[in-house]
Design a protein around this ligand. Sequence first.
Ligand code: TXA
Ligand code: MG
Length: 323
Amino acid sequence: MTERLDANAAGIARAADLLRAGGLVAFGTETVYGLGADATDDAAVARIFAAKERPRFNPLISHFPDADAAFREGVPTDLARRLAERFWPGPLTLVLPRRPDGTISDLAAAGLPSVALRVPHGAVTTELLRAVGRPVAAPSANLSGRVSPSDAYHVLRGLQGRIDAVLDSGPCPVGVESTVLDLTGTSPVLLRPGGVTVEALEEVCGPISHPDDYAHTLPTSPGQLASHYAPGLPVRLDAQDVAPDEALLAFGPEIPGAGLVWNLSPEERLDEAAARLFAGLRFLDSEGARRGLSRIAAMPIPRVGLGLAIRDRLRRAASPRPI
Ligand code: TXA
Ligand code: MG
C-alpha cells in the first residue's frame, strides 16, 4: 500500500520517519515530484532503482535543505559558491567532486567520483529535508523513461503499490526538472537544460558551452539517454499543421486544426508552458488513445529561456524507443 500524506506537520513527520527507516517516499519539489530515499543507505537507494525500473548506471541527485549541507558531500569551487548564493534554493543541480569523507552511497553516485547536489525551493520540501537530516536521493517519481510527474496523482498513476508514501504538496510550480551543471572540469558544462535558464546562469558564469540539439549528442551525463519522458503515443516535433489522426500540443494564440488540443500557453509564456508540459503530454496521451488517435503533434517552442528545457523534453519524448 502507498500512503497519501498531507503536506502538514504530521504528514512531513511521517514522511521523514519512513525515509529515515529506509523507505521510499515521493515528495513535491518546485520542479517535479521526486522519488526519495536515504541517499546514505545503499539498500534504500537500491529500492529506488527497482521501483522505477531505472538502469543502475544512471546516478541520482541528492537533495539538501541548504548549501552548507550540500557542500559537506561535494567540494565547491568559487563558482559553485557563487551559483549557490544566487540560485539556491531553486531548480539548479551542481555536479561537484565527491568528498572522500562524504556519506552518499556508491549506488546513488553510480560509483562516479562526482556527486549531483540540489537545494530545492519550497517550504514543505525544505522542512522534509531538514527533518530527515541526511541527503535524500530523488529522481523524478515516474517509471524510468516515462513522463515525469508534476502532481501527486501522476505519481500514484505510475508508482501506486511500489512505494511507501507520497507527500502531496500540490502541483509543481516550475514543471520541468532542474538544470544540471557540471563544475568538475575547467569550465562549466550544461548537462541538462531545466528550471534555471542558461541566460540566468551565464550572468554568473559567463558563456556556457551547450550543444544546440541535445538529442543528437553523446550522453556525457548518464541520464542523457534518448527516449525519455515518453508518452505512449509517438510525438512529432515542430509541427506547423495537424493531421486528422493527431492530437495537438499547441503553443500560442493561433492553432491549426480543431481536434484534441492542449495549449501550453495561449499567451506564449514559457514559464506557463513549462508548468503545463507534463500534464499536457499525459492528457493528450490518454485522451488521444481513447479517441483512437495515433500521434501527438507538438508546435514549435522558441529556443530561448525555459524554451530550451521544454524543447529538450519534447525531443526526448519524440526519440525512438525500445520496443
Ligand atoms: O528537478 C530535478 O532535478 C528532479 C527533482 C525530483 O529534484 N530530479 C531529477 O532527477 O530529475 P533524475 O534522476 O531524473 O535526473 C538526474 C540527472 C540525470 O540526468 C543524471 O544522469 C544526472 O542528473 N546526474 C546525476 N549525478 C550525476 C553525476 N555525478 N554526473 C553527471 N550527471 C549526473
Ligand atoms: Mg527523470
